[in-house]
Design a protein around this ligand. Structure first.
Ligand code: ZN
Length: 50
């Protein structure tokens, strides 16, 4: 199941063509903006070495 989100009224919908409420364009609510690098993942673990 893929949820889409309206770019106009920000309602979630199962439609893929347009918003059923206002007819606005749909966008992906979870865009793959960036990938975490390995160093960032290690840093997030909070491991400190003396
Ligand atoms: Zn809408």
């Amino acid at each position: 199941m893929r949820l889409r989100r309206c770019a106009v009224c920000w309602r979630y919908t199962l439609r893929t063509d347009k918003c059923p409420v206002c007819g606005g364009d749909l966008v992906n609510p979870h865009p793959p903006s960036r990938m975490l690098s390995e160093s960032e993942l290690r840093a997030s673990e909070g491991v400190e070495r003396g």
